[in-house]
Write a protein that binds this ligand. Sequence first.
Ligand code: SF4
Length: 171
Amino acid sequence: ARPKIAISACLLGERVRFNAGHKESRLCSREFAKHFDFVPLCPEMAIGLGTPRQPIRLVGDPASPRAVGTRDARLDVGAPLAAYGERMAGELDDIDGFIFMQKSPSCGLERVKVYQANGHPAEGTGRGLFAAAFCAHRPELPVEEEGRLHDPVLCENFVTRVFVHAEWRQS
Ligand code: SF4
């Protein structure tokens, strides 16, 4: 069977972003789709935020940020995003990789901005709260950000790890 990859749904052209838009990646929707089956998911939609919606961002301690609304910080969704990440990590036991949308406070894997009280982002390495919870529970799973897959070396490395995982899972 073809390897199966979970993917941030906006990368497949689903209109699930805060502004009801998408971030279709032709690399994924056209090239990767020839070789892999996809399981698209949008954590922000899954926890009940609709479209269009108030955007969220990470704030506070970069080591354990919160995810709050950019216009109204009373919208505080870190806990449900993390819970959904943990739940999906358990449920998606038949996937061979995950392609995440970069820079997202939910889906980003690295260098997501974490805003400080002065209104500026901290230097460093925030991780989206869905992605953080998911990856913490699936450390063996090949994961990558879509943006990095445009680098041929990183792309080949990810694809190789996905096929190795698929072979192991199906053996
Ligand atoms: Fe949904 Fe993640 Fe895409 Fe944001 S980055 S729209 S949370 S799938």
